[in-house]
Design a protein around this ligand. Structure first.
Ligand SMILES: Nc1ncnc2c1ncn2[C@@H]1O[C@H](COP(=O)(O)OP(=O)(O)O)[C@@H](O)[C@H]1O
Ligand SMILES: [Mg+2]
Length: 347
């Protein structure tokens, strides 16, 4: 038989990985009741991903308590974490030897943010710039896979991490530290602590640009990331569909509110050009990003076509920009994007 007092005590110790405060205190866990070894409770999180992290923490905390079943009422909504401001003070920090830091963000996952970040890094590197790439998607890292360095832990020298160099790009990804398919659970090392280490306890420099692949969404994970860094600009990735454009607005507003310069929008999976006949098909609709960029006074930085090879090369650990020939539509689209960025950053 599960003892309510013990169950309650364990639950009350579960900490929010972003702030280190208990879920209780933040009001993210409530309505707890135990009935015949069945526990019901409500969890509130800002995203599916965060919810699954909370859920796992909950399940782990209740191990061996006699609770036979846990029924969770899941509420996903935007949440405010009161002490996030406190961390703002670190913002003045700059990363030694790094001239520019730009973030690649989006309102939602699956739009190709990591793909764009990886290929943009490669394209900029082809322009003879010294490029670093930090996978800020701590819960769902994918940069390590795209560069074939999954599970390849970075070296440590003089208490500092050394980014792993691939094709001349210096990379750090959580995927180097955890095995794929293992969900990343943050408890002791909080997300922002991890960020601090990845950014400031790492020998990044000398770099012309450090690109950060931000986690998806517009919740606290991004906010805390943004507050940790002096960003020179942000690039927003979207697909042409309307739903994702609504998310873009949120992302743009988030950056603008935190006084980060939005460099512009990249429309990914913009169109498909038939390799045989050259016919262009706008699979997800046309002109959405252009309309949005006009409305929100944003530059449309580029349009990236939809091609299976982009996805395949990502899986093979060699970004398409590096595997494709010079006359490929894909390579050209990323090189043009890189040129835009170089211009905007006055490099
Ligand atoms: N332009 C594209 N053409 C074809 N596949 C793409 C393209 N952009 C992204 N993908 C694929 O879509 C999936 C999601 O992309 P990913 O970069 O992981 O998105 P996000 O980082 O936004 O979650 C991946 O399988 C990726 O290979
Ligand atoms: Mg990603």
């Amino acid at each position: 038989m599960a003892n309510f007092k013990e169950v309650y005590a364990r639950l009350s110790e579960i900490k929010d990985p972003v702030t280190g405060e208990t879920l209780f205190k933040l009001g993210l866990m409530k309505d707890i009741s135990l009935n015949e070894d069945i526990l019901t409770l409500t969890l509130i999180a800002s995203s599916e991903r965060e919810m699954s992290s909370f859920e796992q923490l909950t399940r782990e905390a209740l191990k061996d308590t006699g609770v036979k079943k846990i029924e969770i009422n899941k509420v996903i909504k935007e949440i405010e974490r009161p002490n996030l401001e406190r961390r703002g003070k670190i913002k003045e920090k700059t990363i030694e030897g790094v001239k520019n830091v730009i973030a690649v963000g989006s309102g939602k996952g699956g739009v190709g943010k990591s793909t764009v970040a990886a290929n943009l890094a490669a394209a900029l590197s082809l322009k003879n710039l010294r490029i670093g790439l930090f996978d800020g998607d701590i819960y769902g890292p994918s940069i390590s896979r795209m560069f074939g360095i999954d599970g390849l832990a970075p070296m440590v020298e003089n208490q500092k991490m050394l980014p792993t160099e691939r094709f001349g790009i210096r990379i750090l990804s959580m995927g180097q530290l955890v095995e794929e398919e293992t969900p990343v659970l943050w408890r002791g090392p909080l997300v922002h602590k991890a960020y601090e280490q990845f950014l400031y306890d790492t020998d990044w420099g000398p770099l012309d640009i450090l690109i950060i692949d931000l986690p998806p969404g517009t919740g606290d994970a991004q906010l805390s990331a943004i507050q940790l860094i002096n960003l020179n600009g942000a690039i927003i990735v979207t697909t042409p569909q309307d739903v994702s454009l609504i998310e873009v607005k949120k992302a743009v507003n988030m950056f603008r509110q935190t006084k980060v310069r939005v460099l512009g929008v990249v429309e990914n999976m913009s169109y498909f050009k038939c390799p045989q006949c050259g016919t262009i098909t706008h699979i997800f609709g046309e002109g959405g990003a252009k309309k949005l960029s006009e409305k929100m006074d944003l530059e449309l930085l580029g349009k990236i076509p939809l091609y299976p090879v982009i996805s395949e090369s990502g899986d093979e650990g060699l970004p398409a920009v590096l595997s494709e020939s010079d006359d490929s539509e894909i390579k050209r689209s990323f090189i043009e994007l890189a040129e835009r960025i170089i211009n905007l950053l006055k490099l």
